[in-house]
Design a protein around this ligand. Structure first.
Ligand SMILES: [Fe+2]
Length: 237
């Protein structure tokens, strides 16, 4: 490379770096560093997932249970802030355990509402696109995946979740069985789809019949959203 070209390349690289730094600074200026968690908006009416989930079941789950995890997480963040400000002692082990449970609850519920939809608006549609390809590759078929996912969901010990995750290191879509909201997690894996297996998610409609609830879930599962989450992940990777 001659001197002129080398100089031009260096100047271009410096300009790119300056632009990136400016962008990061602009982004940081817009971040609310003392933010708190909020209930996400539901994209459908409470009654629109019936008969698979009743209006009452959905309303209580969303307004009471999800809100409780948000309140719990925000309360702990406030407690942490206050302790720092007043220089008070806090039991970190117990506080962080509760924080993990409540943040996990909020994040998982937010994903859950997002991967549900009324029938005719994506709920129960067949899976298509890149995610179908990777599920077929890993499990042999989407039906086999559904079977394994169902087994993971119904056998969740106590309260927990079944989730479809994706490992970018191995390019494998893996099922994750979460205890409570925060145990048995695969760190850094992207969570593409979740099913709440806490009793509060189904008891009003299905009592102790977990299998029936999981079957109903697939009738209102919005695979289109799950596939979009996967496509966005691939774009970022
Ligand atoms: Fe829940």
């Amino acid at each position: 490379m001659n001197d002129g070209n080398e100089r031009a390349t260096t100047m271009k690289a410096t300009a790119t770096k300056v632009r990136a730094t400016k962008q990061i600074k602009a982004m940081l200026a817009t971040i609310d560093v003392n933010g708190s968690y909020e209930l996400p908006t539901l994209e459908y009416d409470y009654s629109s997932l019936a008969p698979y989930l009743s209006e009452e079941q959905l309303r209580i789950h969303y307004e009471k249970h999800h809100q409780a995890y948000i309140n719990g997480a925000n309360g702990i963040l406030y407690k942490l802030e206050k302790a720092r400000k007043d220089n008070l002692y806090l039991d970190q082990k117990s506080t962080l355990k509760k924080l993990s449970f409540n943040i996990g609850g909020h994040m998982l519920h937010s994903l859950f509402w997002g991967n549900l939809a009324p029938q005719g608006k994506g709920g129960g549609d067949e899976l298509d696109g890149p995610l179908a390809s990777v599920l077929n590759k890993e499990y042999g078929s989407v039906e086999r995946f559904t079977k394994e996912f169902t087994q993971a969901a119904v056998s969740t010990e106590g309260s927990g979740w079944a989730a479809l995750t994706y490992c970018t290191q191995t390019a494998r879509p893996l099922i994750m069985q979460v205890e409570k909201h925060n145990t048995n997690i695969y760190p850094t894996f992207a969570v593409l789809m979740v099913l709440d297996m806490f009793e509060h998610a189904y008891y009003l409609d299905y009592q102790n019949d977990r299998a029936k609830f999981v079957d109903a879930f697939f009738h209102i599962l919005n695979w289109n959203v799950v596939n979009q989450r996967f496509e966005r992940l691939l774009e970022r990777s």
